[in-house]
Design a protein around this ligand. Sequence first.
Ligand SMILES: CC(C)(COP(=O)(O)OP(=O)(O)OC[C@H]1O[C@@H](n2cnc3c(N)ncnc32)[C@H](O)[C@@H]1OP(=O)(O)O)[C@@H](O)C(=O)NCCC(=O)NCCS
Length: 233
Amino acid sequence: MPGAVIDRILPRSVSVYETHADSQDGFLFPEERALVARAVPRRAREFTTGRYCARQALARFGIPPGPILRDAHGAPVWPDRIRGSITHCDGYRAAAVAEKSSVAAIGIDAEPHTALPPGVLGTISVPHEAAGIGALLRGRPDIRWDRLLFSAKESAYKAWQFPPSWLGGGRAQKELDFKDITVSFDVARAAFTARIAAGGATPLAPTAPHLAGRWLAGADLLLTTVVVPAVPA
Ligand SMILES: CC(C)(COP(=O)(O)OP(=O)(O)OC[C@H]1O[C@@H](n2cnc3c(N)ncnc32)[C@H](O)[C@@H]1OP(=O)(O)O)[C@@H](O)C(=O)NCCC(=O)NCCS
């Protein structure tokens, strides 16, 4: 989508569609409708708009509209040649897709630009990450670093839907918890590194597979992305 905000932290090989309101043009295929048959209306609307964004983003690759179902982990099931990710939060919905010939894994996440509720930081971070939030806040008090940490972990978690074998991938080993992903921010480059507890490594080990991410802080929204480029054949 030309002029999309999240475009700024994604490579050009990624097709993205974002919207700030639920679209009247959104629709669900019967198989998709069954996935939200018992959902509250608000959840059904965000799901529908997420699928709408995904179909718009897929159109750039000439992929006609079709059902986007869900795997056992809740992740969208993309057409064979595609990697993708969906996010939604109050006032924002987006989908990002790429051909797997150019992108091995992708995760995107949007969060409101507000502090996490009290007590949540301790449940999603390891002690050195929580301690680092104070220093980050002193340098850039305009950014809610605790929420950005949460978002970075969500993007890394979503990208881990497609763990490349050359990254020590193996999502099947176990479901990741927040503390299985540790994030370090590079403030100057608006980037981050997410280390994953996989392949027998702890999330702090230098040998842990790591994913590179980017972040963007707006007045109301925090956005994060993780993109793993494909290794050329
Ligand atoms: C899956 C999860 C990461 C979604 O994040 P969120 O900030 O709550 O919500 P978002 O709107 O940004 O993303 C939701 C979308 O993520 C996608 N998603 C869900 N599970 C996913 C997974 N395992 N892998 C990749 N994408 C996934 C879906 O498209 C979903 O939207 P949809 O159901 O409408 O299709 C979150 O629900 C979660 O944390 N699940 C529990 C597992 C967990 O806690 N792991 C630790 C995370 S570090």
